[in-house]
Design a protein. Structure first.
Length: 505
């Protein structure tokens, strides 16, 4: 395998902590990495970035919704169950590092008698008369035994340690998966909540626009009755009213769909609980400090999960290599046997044995397993690099969208102000018969369309701000589900030293 080539910039894997492969002579070869990190992000703010990213939005309703989703969402309980399975597997595999001890006890009773004819019905009876009384003396033999046996594998090449470490790293990766799932859920709740607020605001705007259109309709009716306007002007205005009513019906349906979506995210059935009755979009928080890309790689739970999967795969390479070396198993036993229970502890028999197993010929099976595990390392490493690059892209995409939507909101605000002024002037001139009604209708349609675009732009700016907060956030520890049958162990302290001192032999 080629040696790692030098970089002028920081290698991606070095930023997160190099994967150190362990195991003396069973140590795999180094893995080459190609991805590099930039020195900084394209933009940064000065606002503090809280651990619970949604707190930066200062929205009590959003906070309450997210807390409920983290507590009740079934998908998170599913991930909790996977974490319990992974930790149980790690505990079972770690037990292979220690000797196994088992005890056994046995009691048997054997009775023998003379077979003879009873002289009555021609049938034979063993040791019994007509009423069950013995015909002769029986021979009864009783045996009792008690013993302990132990077995232990001398882990000369680190195979057992590597397997245990791989299972432990898998459990830690599953915990990071839980944090990533919780983080993703918080983002979904926030995005759905603000989409709902935007749709409610759009519905209120359409109601106001409908009233405005009806007011203009009454003005046109008066002019038609006075002979100052044609019937076509009135029909055009009534068509606009019908269009607005259709948009209101569509908006009402969208509000209900978003409420259903948000209810499911909260872990409850649609239409079974009340949601906050907010109807306006907030402006959103200030731009936070984005930090440096290397810090993001070390903080993101999905990236850390991918890195732990790489390390676990490395451990399995070491275990596969160790399988090609000799193996020594130790067994010991201590037994006692007697004809009566009281005599069990009078004499003991002990046995100690060592067994050496040397793989001689397996038609390349163990070598193929080494090749397979090394290919898994390459796969997991590529997944890690892809996940890290995706994390960096998410930050840059959110920064770009925030800038674009901020400019769009400013432009739309100016356009709305100018369009409203144009409508007022054209309506005045129409009343004085100085302008055609088509000009008034065109200006009125234009301002109403711009008002709806402004709500959508504000929502997209807020969605980009949520996406940035999610992309920069670290892991979130959701509350443990109550009343579940499984038990999840407390998380291990995650320090750099603990990760770099793993089963060196």
């Amino acid at each position: 395998m080629p040696r790692p080539r030098p970089f002028h910039r920081l290698p991606l894997l070095a930023a997160a902590g190099l994967v150190l492969l362990t195991g003396c002579s069973a140590q795999p070869a180094p893995v080459d990495t190609r991805a590099e990190l930039p020195d900084r992000f394209s933009a940064s703010g000065s606002a503090v970035r809280p651990d619970a990213w949604w707190q930066a939005f200062d929205d009590p309703d959003l906070t309450a919704l997210i807390q409920r989703a983290l507590r009740d969402r079934p998908n998170l309980r599913e991930t909790w169950a996977r974490l319990a399975q992974a930790q149980a597997t790690a505990g079972r595999t770690a037990a292979e590092r220690w000797p196994s001890l088992s005890g056994d006890a046995e009691a048997s009773r054997q009775q023998t008698g003379e077979l003879r004819d009873d002289g009555n019905d021609g049938r034979s009876r063993v040791g019994g008369g007509a009423a069950g009384a013995p015909l002769n003396s029986d021979n009864v033999t009783e045996d009792y035994s008690l013993g302990l046996s132990a077995s232990y594998e001398l882990d000369l090449w680190g195979r057992v340690d590597a397997r245990a470490d791989a299972a432990r790293l898998d459990a830690k990766a599953t915990r990071q998966q839980l944090k990533a799932a919780a983080l993703s859920l918080t983002g979904e709740v926030a995005d759905t909540w603000y989409r709902l607020l935007a749709q409610r605001a759009r519905l209120d705007l359409l109601q106001r626009q409908l009233e405005t259109n009806r007011t203009v309709e009454r003005v046109v009716e008066v002019r038609v009755l006075q002979g100052q306007a044609g019937l076509a002007d009135l029909l055009r205005q009534r068509e606009l009213i019908q269009q607005t009513q259709e948009q209101i019906a569509t908006a009402e349906g969208e509000v209900q769909l978003l409420e259903n979506e948000l209810s499911v995210l909260l872990g409850r059935a649609p239409r079974t609980g009340e949601l906050p009755d907010r109807r306006s979009l907030p402006d959103g928080p200030a731009l936070p400090r984005t930090g440096v890309p290397a810090d993001l790689i070390a903080r993101r739970p999905d990236v850390q999960q991918a890195l732990l999967r790489v390390k676990a795969a490395d451990k399995r390479v070491a275990a596969a290599i160790a399988e090609r070396f000799p193996r020594i198993d130790l067994t010991a036993s201590l037994t006692s046997a007697a004809a009566a229970p009281a005599d069990l502890f009078t004499s003991w028999t002990s046995n100690l044995a060592a067994q050496l197993s040397v793989p001689l010929l397996d038609a390349g099976e163990r070598k193929a397993e080494v090749d397979r595990t090394q290919a898994v390392v390459a796969e997991r490493l590529a997944q890690f690099e892809g996940t890290a690059l995706t994390a960096l892209r998410e930050v840059e995409d959110a920064l770009t969208r925030i800038d674009q939507q901020a400019r769009r909101v400013d432009r739309l605000n100016r356009q709305v102000q100018l369009a409203r002024q144009a409508v007022q002037r054209l309506r005045s001139r129409y009343v004085n018969a100085n302008v055609d009604f088509l000009d008034v209708l065109d200006a009125l349609t234009r301002v109403q369309d711009l008002e709806r675009q402004l709500i959508d732009a504000r929502r997209q700016r807020l969605a980009a701000r949520v996406a940035l907060a999610r992309a920069l956030a670290g892991g979130i520890d959701p509350p443990r589900p109550a009343g579940e049958a499984f038990e999840v162990l407390a998380p291990e302290p995650e320090t750099a030293d603990a990760e770099n001192q793993e089963t060196d032999t």
